[in-house]
Design a protein around this ligand. Structure first.
Ligand SMILES: Nc1ncnc2c1ncn2[C@@H]1O[C@H](COP(=O)(O)OP(=O)(O)O)[C@@H](O)[C@H]1O
Ligand code: SF4
Ligand SMILES: [Mg+2]
Length: 342
């Protein structure tokens, strides 16, 4: 593969799940396309249920897409089953939200990191021990923790162990699915800083998934805003944050998050504003909540267009530049959106 070719190309990714009732289909991801270059951090942001985790899992081959194409490191992996994808594991890794659930509680931290080296490298026992210390140092875990068990570590330390496991084989891509969402605010910043440093020092590409725009902003070069399994806005971080164009992104940016994630989730369920992935709107997915929707918005799904700000947005109002939400509308939708994040 040439160095200018993307590391990951996702084309028209679709993933359906069977719904709770017979014959029902959950349209989790509905035609998502993007590319990532080597060493790039791409942020994937959207409300709970917008399909972020499904995209992340499809990219690292934990699930098989319903349709669409995924090329990783020059290889078409679209049809590769999760079992057949095992040899790719040393080149692509995933870190989940709950670090405790991701770790075998009966193994020491040293063995949890060493296990990956045993599985994916030819290193002998001694060389593995050296490398484990090196990796622990890289994720700023003190060497004395290597003999401890997961229950003896804090949430932040456990997430460092998961990140250590993810970088152990020097992968080209790490998918991070809400890696700081279960952590106390006080330790989040440290983990984000670590990820930024690792990205810079190792050149690994990261797909950083979060419902929280501020978190995504801190680490991402580029951002994809997802709504109902569709990308509605995409561009360099600074552009999306400084000049949000899609009415949904404008709402997200003006939303204020309640501090407690559980409360957020409860309100999300109670508010009844959850967009349904069972029955998708026919046109623009945001039309049912968009304060500036027009009749044409419900007729066909808007294509990606380039506004004057120079990034990509799927909204029919891009053409005439009439996409700005009035402040009051932005706040109202923003509040309902903030309740629905989580
Ligand atoms: N294994 C599954 N079986 C059935 N539905 C699923 C499954 N995984 C995800 N979904 C559904 O797909 C949609 C997208 O989910 P997900 O990708 O987890 O969203 P996010 O990570 O943005 O919260 C949701 O409606 C969710 O309920
Ligand atoms: S296409 Fe229409 S409904 Fe969708 S975001 Fe733009 S104005 Fe709103
Ligand atoms: Mg998720």
């Amino acid at each position: 593969m040439s160095s200018s070719a993307p590391l990951v190309t996702v084309e028209g990714l679709v993933k359906h799940f069977p719904g709770p009732r017979a014959g029902q289909v959950i349209h989790a991801v509905n035609g998502v396309s993007f590319a990532m270059t080597a060493g790039e951090t791409v942020g994937l942001v959207g409300e709970s249920g917008s399909g972020k985790s499904t995209i992340g899992r499809a990219v690292v081959k934990l699930i098989t897409p319903t349709s669409g194409k995924i090329v990783f490191d020059g290889q078409d992996v679209s049809k590769t089953s999760p079992q057949a994808a095992r040899p790719l594991r040393d080149r692509m890794q995933i870190v989940f939200q709950d670090p405790y659930g991701a770790l075998n509680p009966r193994m020491t931290v040293g063995n949890l990191i060493g296990e990956l080296l045993k599985l994916h490298t030819e290193l002998d026992r001694e060389a593995r021990a050296v490398r484990v210390r090196e990796i622990a140092d890289q994720v700023r875990l003190s060497a004395e923790l290597l003999t401890r068990f997961p229950h003896e570590l804090s949430g932040g330390q456990l997430q460092r162990v998961c990140i250590a496991r993810a970088i152990a084989t020097r992968p080209k891509l790490i998918v991070l699915d809400e890696p700081t969402s279960s952590l106390d605010l006080s330790v989040r910043a440290g983990i984000l800083e670590l990820l930024r440093d690792l990205q810079r020092d190792t050149g690994v590409a990261m797909l950083f998934i979060s419902h929280d725009l501020d978190t995504v902003r801190l680490v991402s070069h580029r951002i994809l805003v997802l709504y109902l399994g569709m990308v509605v806005e995409e561009g360099p971080s600074a552009k999306v944050f400084e000049h949000p164009v899609h009415p949904y992104t404008q709402s997200l940016l003006s939303a204020h998050l309640p501090p407690d994630p559980d409360e957020r989730l409860a309100r999300h369920v109670l508010s009844g504003e959850v967009p349904s992935a069972v029955r998708l709107p026919s046109g623009c997915p945001f039309a049912p909540r968009c304060p500036i929707a027009m009749p044409v918005c419900s007729q066909a799904r808007p294509a990606m267009e380039m506004p004057a700000t120079g990034h990509q947005v799927a909204c029919v109002r891009v053409k005439d530049g009439s996409y700005r939400l009035p402040d009051s509308a932005r706040r109202n939708v923003g509040d309902s959106v903030s309740h629905a994040r989580g």
